[in-house]
Ligand binder design. Structure first.
Ligand SMILES: [Zn+2]
Length: 645
């Protein structure tokens, strides 16, 4: 999902004035700076240009679903009238006696729905009042092969997660073709989808098949506060019809368009994607550029050309960077949708080949790169969730953690240690921001757990975005950036157009980085913590004249057992290193030198990003070089001020 973006609130504005509230702002700033990538790539589906390599890849193997839909937008009623066919092939191992369909918009049928509970929203998107209800009304779901309308027998006791019994079992390999007709009533925009004025963000709008896992189990779930999405790869052939003045940005690429009686019809094809979304608004302006053989299109509100140009440039750079890291972007088009300010709840979200953006360029003058961070986060989702489609409901930390990792790594590659803030003598990296949030939720339980088990936005953001990303960054620092890069590249390549789980990630880390790193990753995902410390040291005269022998006692709380480096300062000024590289909660390390030990500094290079207390990391030495912690509140207050005037 989208990167957390907190809308401007009076509370936030007032709070930042008091230094005591700096931490809260820091968290809010993080929400903005951390995750959200909005990359949307419209896939180019024309078979006429099949000579291109990426198209061959995209069309190489059909997914088990195919949606052929017409979507007519009634902009006065804020409804999408849909009809067409949904083809589904049972590619599981067992006959199916039922189908499961997601009707996500049903979550907006009640303004007091748990989805919109403001207390839960705190710290994460949403929370505004729903002033116009939404819903999905299915009129017909006629299965041709079974010669029956399946909808009257649907069990809708959980309105967003509908069970549709079948009159006879559908065998493995068998296909059903369902004629569908529905009305998608868009809600006022409070959470990703809906309308604000004439702007329409049409997402999660059609009856959508849940995914059958290889063992035949349906991975279906109700749409809850923190749940996102999960589906099979498939082909989408969607004709969008809107009032003629409206500009449309959609998943896939347009292949035909026509205009008649004040209405415009545009047909989009998207192959090998797992969702389809579109935005329609008469206020859009458009710029585009090529990034290699990918066409990047940016839609934006009048007057925000500067922001759109920066988004386009960042996306172009990001496409090159991620394609090199995680394998080529396989589609022909990427669409960036920048919603107008009144529709900011639609921003910071990823859909296949389409991302929604947000944020201001005002911060640039004072060195803030929030807009770039958002674009890079959502763009990273084109790989981690778009192409590598893990289950966002069951394991949200997998795609959000990897997208945040990729965002941090890209920000660092592009702008070094001053990637999110560089002014007033302060330089703050994305990694540092992520680390602060990650440490704030230490002890918050497992990272790998279903979305609905998070109690509030703070837990969700910390455990799903920041902590897994920081864990992976820590392992990269300890075991080598190259090894981690190889592991993630292999993961992205082996799981391309597949649906991995966290154990698949652990497995590539085992193969490319090593057993110890894999164990740490697994434990980290289970919620393991780390606090390493220097307990004491002592030295005595050695056997030869100019030699000293010492012992350094170290200890560790938590089961995140990674190698701990120690720098020993001798009284002579000589410095040497010891490594505690063994399991267990404590150790006594032997040392030899030319003079007595004066001081011991643990983790001198700052690799242990999840180490909870820095103040117990040295003895005898001056306190470790102050990091920027003391300045974070200030720096992020500035960020907050700039972003939410
Ligand atoms: Zn995200």
């Amino acid at each position: 999902m989208a990167r957390p973006r907190t809308p401007p609130t009076h509370r936030a504005r007032l709070a930042h004035r008091a230094l005591g509230h700096a931490l809260r702002l820091a968290v809010a700033g993080l929400l903005v700076l951390l995750a959200g990538v909005l990359a949307g790539l419209a896939e180019g589906g024309s078979s006429r240009t099949a000579a291109r390599g990426h198209e061959r890849e995209v069309t190489a193997r059909r997914g088990p679903v195919r949606y052929t839909l017409e979507a007519r937008l009634d902009d006065a009623r804020h409804e999408v009238h849909g009809r067409g066919t949904i083809e589904w092939r049972n590619d599981g191992a067992i006959p199916q006696r039922e189908l499961w369909l997601h009707a996500y918009l049903e979550a907006f049928r009640d303004s007091r729905a748990p989805l919109l509970e403001p207390d839960m929203a705190r710290g994460f998107r949403g929370g505004a009042a729903l002033t116009h209800l939404g819903g999905l009304t299915v009129k017909r779901l006629f299965a041709r092969e079974l010669d029956v309308d399946l909808w009257p027998r649907a069990d809708r006791s959980e309105p967003t997660d509908v069970r549709v019994p079948l009159p006879r079992p559908v065998a493995p390999g068998e296909t059903l073709t369902m004629e569908v007709e529905f009305i998608a009533a868009l809600p006022s925009l409070v959470l990703r989808t809906g309308f604000a004025g004439e702007f329409h963000m049409v997402a999660q709008w059609f009856p959508k098949l849940a995914k059958v896992e290889p063992d035949g189990r349906w991975a279906h779930f109700p749409f809850r506060r923190f749940s996102e999405f999960y589906a099979n790869f498939g082909d989408y052939d969607v004709t969008v019809e809107v009032p003629a003045p409206m500009v449309v940005g959609a998943t896939g690429a347009p292949v035909e368009s026509s205009e008649q009686d004040g209405r415009r019809r545009v047909r989009y094809l998207a192959e090998r994607v797992h969702d389809f979304a579109f935005a329609a608004w008469s206020g859009f302006e458009e710029i585009r550029q090529m990034a290699g053989d990918v066409e990047v299109v940016a839609l934006f509100p009048r007057g925000e050309l500067e922001e759109a140009e920066l988004e386009l440039a960042t996306a172009e750079r990001g496409l090159r960077h991620y394609s090199e890291r995680y394998g080529a972007y396989p589609y022909r088009r990427l669409t960036l949708v920048r919603p107008p300010p009144e529709a900011s709840a639609a921003g910071g979200m990823e859909y296949p080949t389409l991302v929604t953006t947000g944020g201001s360029t005002r911060g640039r003058a004072v060195g803030v790169r929030a807009l770039e961070a958002l674009v890079l986060h959502e763009l990273a989702h084109q790989w981690f969730q778009g192409i590598v489609a893990s289950d966002e409901n069951r394991s949200p930390a997998l795609d959000e953690g990897l997208a945040t990792y990729a965002e941090i790594e890209a920000m660092d590659a592009m702008w070094g240690g001053a990637s999110v803030f560089d002014a007033l003598g302060l330089r703050v990296s994305s990694e540092a921001v992520s680390r602060i949030v990650a440490k704030g939720v230490a002890g918050g339980g497992p990272l790998d757990r279903p979305a609905e088990t998070h109690s509030d936005g703070r837990s969700y953001v910390g455990l799903v975005y920041a902590r897994p990303a920081t864990l992976l960054r820590m392992l990269a620092k300890i075991y080598g950036e190259d090894a981690m890069r190889r592991a993630l590249r292999r993961y992205a390549s082996e799981q391309r157009f597949a649906h991995p789980t966290p154990s698949d990630l652990v497995e590539v880390v085992r193969r490319e980085v090593g057993e110890q790193a894999a164990i740490a990753l697994r434990r980290g995902f289970e919620g393991a913590r780390l606090d390493a410390r220097v307990v004491r040291f002592a030295s005595r005269k050695g056997s030869s004249r100019a030699s000293w022998e010492g012992t350094v006692a170290v200890a560790r709380e938590g089961s995140l057992e990674v190698p701990v480096e120690l720098e020993i300062w001798a009284e002579s000024g000589a410095r040497s290193r010891l490594v505690w590289d063994a399991p267990g909660s404590d150790a006594s390390l032997e040392w030899r030198g030319d003079s007595p030990i004066a001081a011991v500094v643990l983790d001198p290079e700052g690799k242990l990003l999840l180490d909870e207390q820095r103040r117990n990391d040295s003895r005898g030495a001056p306190r470790p070089t102050p990091r920027l912690y003391g300045f974070f509140g200030l720096a992020l207050s500035v960020v907050a001020e700039v972003l939410w005037p």
